[in-house]
Design a protein around this ligand. Sequence first.
Ligand code: NDP
Length: 285
Amino acid sequence: MAELLKGKEPVAAMKERLTAQVARLKQAGVHPKMTIVRCGARPDDLSYETGAIKRFSGLGVDVEVKELPVDIDQQAFAAQIEALNQDDSVHGVLIFRPLPRQLDESVLKYVLSPEKDMDAMNPDNLAKVFAADPSGYPPCTPEAVMELLDHYQVELAGKNVVILGRSMVVGRPLAMMMLAKNATVTICHSKTQNLPAVAQQADILVACVGQAKMVNAEYVSPGQVVIDVGINMGEDGKLCGDVDFETVEPIVARVTPAPGGVGSVTTSCLAAHVLRAAMKRAGLE
Ligand code: NDP
């Protein structure tokens, strides 16, 4: 039986750290606040939003939601973001993506100020991940993977890591973060040959493919640590990961559940960014 790497434990450890930061900020008269920008009301945005509001209120961090019309045009959307850049009561901004089709993200990603960009939408923050510069705000999901590994003391130096998925929000930045910790990283994607054989060679296998239960017993080997980043709707209508937990768990050494693993740590990473932004602005960092 594999050891379960649940998100609950790192979330509790982070809560202690973050609560102390909130107390310091409030003592200095600062009320940390994040604004969520949402176009329309997609069910997965709403579900993430509800989770974030709950986590943030448990920490004493305010969340304001700006719901914009789903047919908003480029200029009006940019004006909303500019206004948030100027608003001193807002320390961080999260813009739900993908944006509606009429909005050009390749232009808009530069509009949100890097200092308020909490999930690496602005290329300045992504570039800092690739440059191993800790002064920016990395994307929250790969950061949550790193937090979880760190919490459970999974050693990365000298280890073979195989990442299944190369998106700009998860796979690629995660590869850079792991490289910075001296792992030897292989990034796989839909054109990779012999994927199960490559995956089996990993000490640490990360699944971020967005394919429900794709990673089955063929992909894993004894002793591995398996991290499941996926959040998918299974055929049974229940949430599931990219890993077929039932077949993988009896083989590997340690595995994250999904849901209840990486996803739950992501919101805490988001809160950590907002607090760091508030501390920076208040000169408390
Ligand atoms: P994307 O769809 O942007 O990227 C998926 C990646 O997986 C691509 O690089 C793609 O390859 C690769 N891929 C897809 N199918 C296969 C396959 N059959 N074999 C090999 N590689 C494949 O997804 P995201 O990175 O945005 O998300 C990945 C997963 O993580 C999703 O389940 C998503 O829901 C979840 N997620 C979880 C979050 C959390 O907080 N836990 C937050 C964000 C995402 P190619 O590049 O060749 O197309």
